[in-house]
Design a protein. Structure first.
Ligand code: ASP
Length: 318
């Protein structure tokens, strides 16, 4: 998301998409809806939007297929549901929610997850539904350099296999995993995350997004967290849970805990990315260690705000 590589029109398209997603979720909360319903709705809308790396517009694996991961967590009960490596479920976050609400399990993967989604009556699509030309082009570029690419910051987060830490490959890549966190009027927190993973990832690779505690976590006693970035490092550091643990055990405020993880713990492992978080008092934290992160927030009764780069100056309120 290098600033110089995003045109004014692209900028406007991202802000418009973020605003279009924030408003219905805000309305739902204003009408007394639950945090769980708000994050599910926001993530479904993000999955439907081709600009982001989830659902329609998901990145390609090395085999030119799609493998989608998603998770949802209810901070009131610590119930959670997730799916990984699905490629026919139109909105994977719905499948994650169904796992949480209608199964005895937390995480279902691959064919079993798809059979369950079908049984639950969820909308199924041909894998082509997820494909876009822009993502195919990203894969072509990644294949040309044998890199697994994080669809994350425009500065192009590139993992070379086998040599980690290679220089950025392409300035045009965009951050894409989607997530939402919310606090509702009842004081309940929830988090949801959905992703196509990383361009050129190996078939069968599962990232942090569907792993409870790594890319997604919510606990009414502390915070709701949804992460985006180099999934392997978020898994290794149990990033989302680490923030809640710092709050619970060390009494850290959300912002300090989230910044510690994003600015110190993850970079120490070579991890790049960011997260969105809200605590039980309604404090927000949206730290990232990349040049930008598409993000937005909305409080009931206030205009939604969307932002892309690190400086708040371009924060956009419609
Ligand atoms: N965290 C995601 C994954 O590793 C990728 C991303 O956030 O863009 O699957």
């Amino acid at each position: 998301m290098s600033r110089s590589h995003i045109s004014a029109e692209q900028n406007a398209a991202y802000h418009a998409a973020l605003q279009a997603i924030l408003r219905p979720a805000q309305l739902l909360l204003a009408g007394g809806g639950s945090a769980l319903d708000a994050v599910s709705l926001a993530v479904e809308l993000l999955e439907d939007c081709p600009l982001f790396n989830a659902g329609h517009g998901a990145v390609f694996t090395h085999d030119e297929t799609h493998e989608l991961d998603a998770a949802v967590m209810d901070g009131a009960t610590l119930r959670a549901g997730a799916v990984a490596c699905v490629n026919h479920v139109r909105r994977p976050v719905r499948a994650a929610r169904a796992v949480m609400e209608h199964s005895a399990h937390v995480l279902l993967v691959g064919a079993g997850a798809e059979a369950f989604a079908r049984e639950q009556g969820l909308e199924m699509v041909s894998p082509d539904y997820f494909s876009t030309e822009a993502r195919r082009e990203q894969l072509r570029r990644a294949l040309a350099t044998d890199a697994a690419v994080l669809d994350h910051d425009g500065a192009a987060l590139v993992f070379r296999t086998p040599a980690p830490g290679a220089a950025p490959l392409d300035e045009g890549r965009k951050l894409g995993t989607v997530g939402a966190v919310a606090l509702d009027a009842q004081g309940n927190l929830a988090a949801a995350t959905s992703t196509g993973g990383m361009t050129n990832k190996r078939a069968g690779r599962v990232g942090d997004s569907p792993l409870i505690g790594a890319g997604t976590y919510a606990d009414n006693r502390t915070a709701a967290i949804s992460c985006t970035g180099t999934g392997e490092m978020f898994i290794r550091s149990a990033a989302a849970y680490d923030i809640c643990a710092r709050m619970a055990y060390a009494g850290m405020p959300l912002e300090a805990a989230a910044r510690e993880v994003v600015m110190k713990v993850l970079p120490a492992l070579g991890g790049r990315g960011g997260l969105i978080a809200v605590d039980a008092q309604g404090h927000l934290s949206l730290p990232f260690n990349t040049e930008g992160m598409y993000r937005g927030w909305a409080r009931v009764g206030e205009a939604p705000v969307s932002a892309i780069y690190a400086d708040a100056v371009e924060g956009f309120a419609a």
